[in-house]
Design a protein. Structure first.
Ligand SMILES: Cc1ncc(C[n+]2csc(CCOP(=O)(O)OP(=O)(O)O)c2C)c(N)n1
Ligand SMILES: [Mg+2]
Lengths: 336, 337
């Protein structure tokens, strides 16, 4: 692999997906979308407090990636983590209940939106400190190799996080030690209120590993077929022991950075254009319908299934009891 | 005089200093084009241009370290670390470089930077948007630490911090950006406009670092606080019906030990309040100092009301936050001892 700028899947890597696969992508992306919409609503109703970062618009990135992974591959990301958790197979109920700070939440109300984990699903967390997960993901890759597995570590970060110094410490170590890590840069064009152009001297983020000899490519992150094809190629590379890979996924977040976002840094037209012309879910839907691969009824059934799942998660998150205040004191260290 | 909230007062301080001194620069994450997450720098880039007010990448170590270099050269950078919780990547530069440049150059070089950073809890920020890390910095010789509690103080202290020739950590209690918060989270928010300290001169004035303020004179017990906790302390004194003398420290380093000692010698009792975790917190230092200076005047053990020794939890904001109930209880106990 080498440095590649591209917006379409590389030829050869792009197998024509089966109908089942397309339907699976559709369902998984829709589940993230509906979950996030519900979280947004619940936040508005005061049922969720604090900081909450929605993933709406970026669904094709995690769904494409996750579908290229095998059991035991680890995933780690930032605070914009709900989509990653759902894609990893974590229970929407537990995720939503963490948002509401209930005892049924993945961190029993101690972590909130940004901090959830699941050993069972090999999800090593949402992390609130921008960039902090990059060396952690590198360490996960090291541990995978040390234990003699062929597992890989998928380590996500944003276009803003990519400018943290520890990212480059990680790149160097990963290349030096040939670690099985795939760094996925989710370039949604903004870090909070600052565009990539205003924060980055070089805006081709897939090239950021060049100095360490890390292959990188730029992918249309709104097209799940493109993200999936790139993911397969990268995972094969890392799994084969050839070292780290960087994937820059060109994507877009439709909502504000967090729930309080004055939205003064981009135009409404820009957002509307992405939503109407590049929506990742619409794109798959269109492929299914236009290609005669599924009819409206089949998709409606999926819509309903997803809706029920999200409704159940929302109910659980409101019914799950508040944690006992004594829990403030537990899990600081292993109890003495 | 105009009515300002704390955000406007801080902005006004930076505006005044940018106007007065061409060596003053303002930068940090989202501070330029966007005007800051809390809007503290809104309009400053338009007014002073991108040369002096600008965005940085998300790179706290780099932000503070370049500011140390700029400062050594003679500039006066005012940098924003978006939340105090994000200052840790830069602690090496603050501690090993900024704080020690003067000492190790025998006084030839200094790092006259000001690090502004929103700080403290009470906004459901969870563990990465709520911390009070002041004691990490008060532990370091060569740094000054300032924490205002009103718009008037915020402006005067920030101007003094910018003019100071040494590095100053300037923590802004974000819960009181828009109004004084006394810890009663279930009551409606009062805006600053109703508070006398929202009257702020439009032009230049400074409040010297190292001067505490007695915000409520009293004879029964000395109540030491800073930042948001000043307002909590005032409410607690009323609610406990105790004639507490509430002292707003305003700067932790340099510390106005004279004002503290005079008060404790008068009252014979001392309660210390802070939001930060207890062990190794600044309250421990205050307690030691009061004991050293006032031992023979003390009529009760010195008490501390603080955050718990845990990370800041997501679901237990008000269990963690040392609200007026806990402070009032400590006041009563100090009186009964
Ligand atoms: C060390 C640190 N600095 C600053 C922040 C505040 N912050 C949170 S998210 C964010 C923007 C990050 O942007 P990006 O990496 O592009 O991710 P996105 O939010 O777009 O997913 C900033 C500055 C933080 N959480 N941690
Ligand atoms: Mg981004």
């Amino acid at each position: 692999m080498a440095l590649k700028r591209r917006t379409k899947p590389a030829t050869g890597a792009a197998k024509t997906p089966s109908v089942e696969q397309l339907l699976k992508y559709y369902r998984e992306m829709l589940q993230i979308r509906r979950f996030e919409e519900k979280a947004g609503q619940m936040y508005g109703m005061g049922l969720i407090g604090g900081f909450c970062h929605l993933y709406i618009g970026q669904e094709a990135v995690v769904v494409g990636m996750q579908n290229a992974l095998s059991l035991g591959d680890s995933v780690i990301t930032s605070y914009r983590d709900h989509g990653h958790m759902l894609a990893c197979g974590m229970d929407p109920k537990g995720v939503m209940a963490e948002l509401t700070g209930r005892s049924g939440g993945y961190s029993r109300g101690k972590g909130g939106s940004m901090h959830m984990f699941s050993k069972a699903e090999h999800f090593y967390g949402g992390h609130g400190i921008v960039g902090a997960q990059m060396p952690l993901g590198t360490g996960l890759a090291f541990a995978n190799r040390y234990r003699g597995t062929d597992r890989v570590s998928v380590t996500y970060c944003g276009d803003g996080a990519i400018n943290q110094g520890q990212v480059y410490e990680s790149f160097n170590m990963a290349a030096l030690w040939k670690l099985p890590v795939i760094y996925v840069i989710e370039n949604n064009k903004y870090g909070m209120g600052t565009s990539v152009q205003r924060a980055s001297a070089s805006t081709d983020l897939f090239e950021r590993g060049a100095a360490y000899g890390i292959p990188g490519s730029q992918i249309d992150g709104m097209d799940v077929l493109a993200t999936h094809a790139a993911a397969e190629e990268a995972v094969a590379h890392a799994r084969a022991g050839k070292g780290p890979v960087i994937l820059e996924m060109m994507t877009y977040r439709y909502r504000g950075h967090s729930m309080s976002d004055p939205a003064k840094y981009r135009t409404k037209e820009e957002v509307a254009k992405m939503r109407t012309e590049h929506d990742p879910i619409d794109l798959v839907r269109k492929r299914l319908i236009d290609g005669g691969l599924a009819n409206e009824d089949a998709l409606k059934a999926i819509d309903k299934e997803v809706k029920d799942l999200v409704t159940a998660a929302a109910e659980f998150a409101q019914e799950s009891p508040e944690p006992d205040p004594s829990e403030v004191w537990t899990d600081v260290l292993l109890e003495a | 005089m105009v009515a300002m909230n704390m955000i406007q007062a801080l902005r006004s301080a930076m505006d005044v200093m940018l106007e007065r001194d061409p060596d003053v620069l303002v930068f940090g994450e989202d501070v330029g084009f966007f005007g800051g997450v809390f809007r503290c720098t809104e309009g400053l880039q338009q007014k002073y241009g991108k040369r002096r007010v600008f965005d940085s990448p998300i790179a706290e170590a780099g932000i503070i370290a370049t500011a140390v270099g700029m400062g050594a050269y003679g500039l006066r950078p005012v940098v924003e670390i978006q939340f105090a919780d994000y200052i840790y990547p830069a602690t090496d530069q603050l501690i090993s470089e900024a704080a020690r440049l003067r000492y190790r150059s025998g006084g030839e070089f200094t790092a006259p930077l000001t690090v502004r950073s929103p700080y403290g809890g009470g906004i459901f920020g969870g563990q990465t948007h709520s911390q009070s890390p002041e004691a990490i910095f008060t532990h370091v010789a060569g740094l000054k630490t300032v924490i205002p509690s009103t718009p008037y103080d915020a402006k005067g202290l920030l101007i003094a911090a910018i003019e100071d020739d040494d590095p100053v950590i300037f923590f802004e209690p974000k819960r009181i950006y828009n109004g004084p918060f006394d810890g009663h989270h279930d009551r409606p928010v009062t805006p600053w406009a109703k508070h006398p300290a929202s009257e702020v001169p439009e032009g230049y004035y400074r409040i010297d670092l190292g001067k505490a303020a007695i915000v409520r004179p009293g004879d029964a017990v000395t109540l030491l606080a800073y930042g948001t906790m000043v307002h909590v302390a005032l409410a607690a004194a009323e609610e406990a019906g105790v004639d507490a003398e509430v002292i707003d420290l305003r700067t932790l380093n340099p510390l106005d030990i004279e004002t503290i000692v005079a008060s404790v010698r008068k009252t014979g009792r001392c309660v210390i309040v802070h939001e930060a975790t207890r062990t190794g917190g600044f309250g421990g230092e205050l307690s030691a100092l009061v004991q050293e200076h006032c031992f023979h005047h003390l009529e009760a053990p010195i008490a501390r009301v603080t955050g718990w020794d845990t990370p800041y939890p997501h679901a237990f904001e008000w269990e963690y936050f040392p609200g007026p109930k806990r402070v009032a209880e400590a006041l009563r106990q100090a009186m009964e001892a």
